[in-house]
Write a protein that binds this ligand. Structure first.
Ligand code: ZN
Length: 287
């Protein structure tokens, strides 16, 4: 069922776990994510970034995400990820998204606060939640290179306390896409931010490539939502390649490929959910 974003994140923060926010590019990804969430009886967030509308047009994918949320046996929120323009924020709300991530991270902090407030006023008037971002999470999603930049503590506190956001994505050494090396998260910064704003759920973008142990540590320090995009896009590609390799040309068909894709996304999503739920020992999770 469609569920308020704020309640999902507040519950997660209180229970020292994180809600997985999985980006969706097509139907196979959606089916795999919902299957993993229902089987583990865990709430999830379905999302799509504005930058991906070229490949997954909003008017087509939004009704699909919304329908999946309404029919799911678990609680689901539907988010516009990295919304950059008011035009697209309004389109997404018109199509039933119940949370918007507004990315004002390219602005100096004062302008980020004022722009985020403007968007938050508009989304809140329609009962839609608002996630903000501080510090630049680099990588392919933002069109930047893969260098990771940390936000300053004072900027985190300023945006977190003045922008009326419901959740805050913070740059602590994380990046979108594939990491060039082993990511080093700034846990000291995260801990200070969490101690200063203990009731504000923090969001970790660029989850693909972060180790299970680092996920768990981040969750103990206030991360209540973790975004996973690249891992499931990779799962779709891997499923396609494996299917092509293992099947004889004349036996190939779309429906078998579809099942392989769904299964690969399901496995990837389930592993992340188990890590984020923060209950099972890490060595028992196939990651
Ligand atoms: Zn992101």
């Amino acid at each position: 069922m469609l569920c308020p974003f704020n309640r999902l994140l507040k519950d997660a923060l209180k229970e020292h776990r994180a809600v997985g926010a999985f980006n969706v590019g097509n139907l196979e990804m959606l089916l795999g994510i919902i299957k993993a969430a229902e089987e583990s009886q865990t709430p999830v967030i379905l999302q799509i970034a504005e930058k991906r509308f070229t490949h997954s047009p909003l008017e087509y994918i939004a009704p699909m995400l919304h329908a999946a949320a309404m029919r799911a046996k678990i609680e689901v929120a539907v988010e516009l990820d990295h919304g950059c323009s008011l035009f697209n924020v309004r389109r997404a709300m018109d199509l039933g998204f119940n949370t918007i991530m507004f990315d004002g991270s390219m602005y100096p902090v004062e302008k980020n606060i004022s722009e985020t407030r403007k968007i938050a006023d508009e989304t809140h008037a329609r009962g839609v939640a608002l996630e903000a971002e501080i510090g630049i999470v680099g990588g392919s999603e933002g069109g930047a290179d893969l260098t990771a930049n940390c936000a300053s503590l004072s900027d985190i506190v300023a945006l977190g306390s003045k922008s009326s956001c419901d959740a805050l994505a913070i740059a602590i050494g994380n990046a979108h896409g594939h990491y060039k090396g082993i990511p080093k998260l700034n846990f000291d910064l995260l801990e200070k931010a969490h101690n200063t704003l203990p009731d504000l759920p923090f969001v970790l973008h660029g989850g693909t490539g972060i180790s299970p142990a680092d996920f768990r540590k981040a969750i103990t320090l206030g991360i209540a939502k973790i975004n996973i995009a690249t891992a499931n896009f990779d799962a779709i590609v891997t499923a396609s390649m494996q299917y092509a390799e293992k099947s004889a040309p004349l036996s190939r068909n779309y429906f078998a490929l579809n099942e392989n894709m769904v299964e690969q996304v399901y496995n990837t999503t389930l592993a992340h959910i188990k890590i984020f739920n923060n209950q099972e020992p890490l060595d028992s999770i196939k990651f």
